[in-house]
Ligand binder design. Structure first.
Ligand SMILES: [Zn+2]
Length: 427
């Protein structure tokens, strides 16, 4: 009888459904939370997971603050007349007045805290222009922070420009909940050129209503009450297919569950697949899920393996959230496959693993292209996040690494106490 990791890797290497599932997810559309595309994707994922042998699957429903932009128009007010600019509303942006917001643009470049402070006087009452940054890098300044800095300094609105030309606007969330806000949109790099000092008119109507999201939870129990939580987020953006972010993570989770489910009699630990929703809305679905776990349930989770944007560049990285004790285990899994794995230790609150880490559960995010700003992952959150940016071999590599890690954990390898020890070191 072959052992679990060997069996899993053999079947993963030959698995053709990995790519066809990825293509199906891309074809389902951008999966914006609350959209028809997201609902159809949840249905497809539920059926797909439910068809795996021995799957006990349930919906974990949670309330969240629903939001849609009903209309959005941005114009540069030239002396000769208004010139329309492409603009994409940021999630949970507030609406403008019905006739729109007219203001001068103040370009502070990247949008650092220092830039906001230096120009605090000029920002007040103006539309502040900042840059979208490559998200998978050390030192990345999240859009939500820039949004809040603009809000705190009395900006009339915020324009987030794509850093790279020729791609179109960017999407993303403001991070705003029910509190005050300012209107915010993503714009293409070209639209930002020469915009400093010009007047613009932004007209946006939005609808806010309480909504219900669905996380999908599927379980295959093991011999003991310890669990490996394998997660990926379902929802994405409306600008494209949300292929890399996070069609790749979903397809890999399905592939790993599919090859492992028939081996469930050999599981020492249980496998729990968690497909979270409203991740793009400040990690809402996983936050509600992780916060609702009892201490005993948290203690029973040996590791959260969170997949988000796992292809688009050949090199994989693990963001280990300060759980130093997980690193030798992850390094070992990579070395056995001959992978050059990058390790990044400081907690990055950029995907669902952060909510597990926040309640003390060892958690890491697998991501491709970390600190590789020229990689295809620069297209995440833009109209270019499409299936053609992913090489089949990259997706396969992510599946093999994930499969190796999860299969070893399910077989009882990896010391849960060691994973929890030594937390706090961040360098
Ligand atoms: Zn993501």
């Amino acid at each position: 009888m072959t052992d679990l990791p060997t069996a899993a890797l053999g079947r993963l290497a030959a698995d053709a459904e990995l790519w066809s599932d990825f293509a199906t997810l891309c074809a389902l559309g951008g999966r914006v939370a609350g959209s028809e595309s997201e609902r159809r994707s949840v249905g497809w994922l539920r059926d797909h997971l439910g068809a795996m042998p021995g799957a006990a699957i349930r919906d974990h429903r949670f309330p969240y603050r629903g939001w849609t932009a009903e209309s959005c128009r941005l114009e540069r007010l030239d002396p000769e007349g208004p010139v329309p600019l492409v603009a994409n509303p940021l999630i949970r942006s507030v609406a403008t007045a019905p006739l729109g917001l007219e203001a001068e643009v103040f370009d502070i470049g990247r949008g650092t805290l220092e830039g906001f402070d230096t120009h605090a006087r000029e920002i007040k009452g103006r539309c502040v222009l900042v840059r979208h940054e490559y998200m998978f890098a050390d030192g990345h300044l999240h859009r939500r922070r820039k949004y809040n800095w603009a809000l705190e300094r009395g900006a009339a609105g915020i324009l987030v420009a794509n850093g790279a030309p020729g791609i179109g606007p960017v999407a993303g969330s403001t991070g705003r909940e029910d509190g005050p806000g300012i209107p915010g949109v993503g714009i293409p790099a070209e639209a930002a050129e020469g915009l400093h000092g010009r007047r613009v008119r932004l007209t946006m109507a939005t609808r806010e209503a309480p909504d219900e999201g669905v996380n999908l939870i599927a379980e295959w129990p093991g011999a003991i009450d310890e669990w490996v939580v394998l997660s990926a987020h379902i929802d994405g953006h409306g600008l494209a297919q949300s292929a890399m972010d996070n069609g790749t993570g979903l397809a890999v989770v399905l592939a790993v569950a599919r090859v492992l489910a028939p081996e469930r009699q050999k599981f020492r630990r249980g496998l729990r697949v968690a497909l979270f929703n409203a991740e793009e809305w400040a990690l809402t679905g996983s936050r509600i899920y992780a916060n609702a776990l009892s201490q005993a349930e948290r203690d029973a989770i040996v590791l959260n393996v969170n997949l988000d944007s796992v292809a688009g560049h050949p090199r994989l990285a693990v963001l280990t959230s300060g759980f130093v004790g997980t690193e030798p285990f992850l390094r070992g899994s990579a070395a056995a496959l001959g992978l050059d794995l990058r390790l990044f230790r400081p907690l990055m609150t950029n995907s669902d693993h952060a909510n597990f880490a926040a309640v003390g559960v060892p958690a890491f995010r697998l991501v491709a292209g970390f600190d590789e700003p020229a990689s295809a992952l620069r297209h995440v959150l833009t109209p270019a996040d499409t299936i053609d940016k992913v090489a089949p071999g990259e997706l396969k590599t992510a599946a093999l690494f994930t499969g190796a890690v999860v299969a070893r954990l399910l077989a009882g390898e990896g010391d849960g106490k060691a994973f929890r020890a030594g937390r706090g070191a961040t360098s």
